[in-house]
Design a protein around this ligand. Structure first.
Ligand code: ME8
Length: 509
């Protein structure tokens, strides 16, 4: 693996239904990390896509009376469209119905077979189509109202008895535990890590990895009756998308980070490393499982009719606002509640009052009193130092925050700089200085310009359009900047004249 590379992935989403705010959340988080790493000059690969096989998808197509392939083609487009609507910077979009992916999956199957990791037997047990997962007897309960048998996820299960290939997962229990110990950063956050470890400690059953009662999947090599278990097929996307089995996959493998929701941590932190170790491929470096969003306090579900369409929120409040809100409101890893009130509060306080106001008042004074002209700073005084030196220290903190996927801390820390800058404006009162000491006023304002430009660079991964907009007002372009500029001050465009700025964020009443 190239040491300077950064490979980040979202889960690939099932195409049984339209994308919603939960999918948007994971994708935005990954996008922020991809953008940050690119700005930090790392060779970045950001992958997302759609998971198109399995019974759940096949049944969804049937419900719509559509031919399955036609259905998945259409549904996949809606996820692809979402990447544009969210301004994702993904380098690739994988579909598991693509040929190269099928080939890579069969290739891995053959390796597992050759390595004596697979055997043929009969599966007898519970299966939840909604979760595409098998459950043990002791995990099943009866639903109070419907009296139906349900998995711990709340989804209905059905009894399955069929011939199936099994993966010798039980054999990997100790090796997995050893792996978690040796690689303490493999699973985040800590609470999920403990959950996974205790699950594995409880003992692992061999895993059924093929089905025979339907055909919407990747054919098992040399046994046409079977299709691969959709999770084996899906997890392999992380390899097939970067060229596996061709050696070029090594440029980005092992992946730096798989970000997933807490619902699918078991598949990523138990099954996936076991499959990989069994195939003699290195596991990814880290898996982070974030929390679950509810809508105004209620579980988001189609049957409750409270699914949040990201498109509606974007139309009402703007994309960058949504990106900001999702990552600011809830510590990454915790569950969160989506409420319009909370969103509006963030717009009014953080965006309009703090960020918007800073940019607005500084640019207006420059436009009005200095003819819009930006200038080199002539003299840094003692009182300027705290603010002037803040960004470089902030960069170190933010890098650490990003390494731990602490987006809320990243934003909180950037806002400390914004608040420091606003305090500096209040204290130095450039509107007064301009009358008494124009030279000093010029320095104060040009110091603020450097700070605002740096704030915009810090914001670029999180709010790309807002950042572009601010930089535009200063005659700068993010494509010509990087995190390196945080450490220097000579990138300001002193040939540029600042125009009377338009308001960045309007307050909502
Ligand atoms: O599980 N809150 O796909 P999926 C937060 N195809 N995140 C949410 C969410 C919510 N309410 N709802 C969904 C699959 N998500 C498999 C993955 S990967 C090899 C295969 C997000 O369409 C979250 O990231 O059910 C969750 O893990 C993912 O969508 C599940 O998407």
């Amino acid at each position: 693996m190239d040491n300077n590379s950064f490979f980040i992935t979202t889960p690939i989403y099932y195409v049984n239904d339209a994308p919603h705010i939960g999918h948007a959340y994971t994708s935005i988080a990954c996008d922020v990390l991809a953008r940050f790493n690119r700005l930090n000059n790392r060779n970045t690969m950001f992958l997302t896509g759609t998971d198109e096989h399995g019974l759940k998808v096949e049944q969804a197509a049937k419900k719509k009376n559509m031919e399955t392939k036609k259905f998945v083609d259409e549904m996949s487009v809606s996820f692809k469209k979402l990447t544009k609507k969210l301004n994702l910077s993904n380098d690739f979009f994988i579909r598991t119905t693509d040929k190269y992916h099928k080939k890579a999956s069969q290739y891995i199957w053959n390796i597992l077979k050759k390595n004596n990791q697979i055997y043929l037997d009969k599966y007898k047990g519970w299966y939840s189509v909604s979760d595409e997962a098998y459950f043990n007897d002791d995990e099943i309960t009866i639903h109070e109202k419907t009296k139906k048998k349900i998995a711990p996820t709340g989804n209905e299960v059905q009894w399955v008895e069929e011939e199936s290939y099994f993966f010798k997962l039980s054999k990997w229990q100790d090796k997995l535990l050893e792996y978690y110990k040796k690689n303490p950063d493999f699973i985040g956050p800590e609470s999920r890590k403990n959950e996974v470890i205790s699950f594995v400690k409880n003992g692992l059953n061999d895993l059924s990895i093929s089905r025979t009662t339907f055909s919407w999947g990747i054919e098992v090599p040399h046994d046409k009756k079977h299709v691969m278990y959709v999770w084996l097929d899906a997890l392999i996307n992380y390899l097939s998308a970067i060229g596996y089995p061709d050696k070029k996959y090594k440029k980005f493998w092992p992946a730096n980070l798989h970000i997933v929701g807490k619902d699918i941590i078991r598949f990523h932190a138990v099954y996936w490393p076991a499959f990989l170790l069994a195939a003699k491929i290195k596991p990814p470096k880290r898996i982070f499982a974030h929390g679950w969003w509810t809508n105004e306090g209620k579980k988001i579900s189609k049957s409750l009719g409270n699914v949040i369409d990201p498109d509606t929120i974007i139309k009402e409040y703007g994309l960058d606002t949504l990106r900001f809100f999702l990552l600011r409101e809830v510590p990454f890893g915790n569950d969160g509640n989506f409420s319009k009130k909370a969103l509006e509060r963030r717009i009014n306080n953080d965006l309009a009052n703090d960020l918007g106001n800073l940019v607005q008042r500084v640019l207006i004074i420059i436009n009005k009193n200095l003819d819009g002209k930006l200038n080199k700073i002539k003299q840094i005084k003692k009182n300027d130092k705290k603010l002037f030196e803040y960004p470089e220290a902030l960069l170190k903190v933010v890098e650490k925050n990003y390494e731990r996927q602490e987006f809320h801390k990243v934003i909180d820390n950037i806002w400390k700089l914004i608040s420091e800058a606003n305090k500096y404006v209040d204290k130095s009162e450039p509107w007064k200085l301009i009358k008494d000491n124009k030279k000093r006023a010029g320095d104060v304002l040009n110091i603020l310009i450097v700070i605002i430009a740096k704030i915009a660079i810090f914001l670029a991964p999180i709010m790309p359009e807002t950042s572009k907009n601010i930089l535009n007002k200063l005659g700068l372009n993010i494509n010509k900047l990087s995190m390196k500029n945080i450490k220097e001050n000579n990138f300001i465009n002193t040939n540029f004249r600042v125009e009377k700025p338009e308001i960045l964020f309007k307050k909502l009443i």
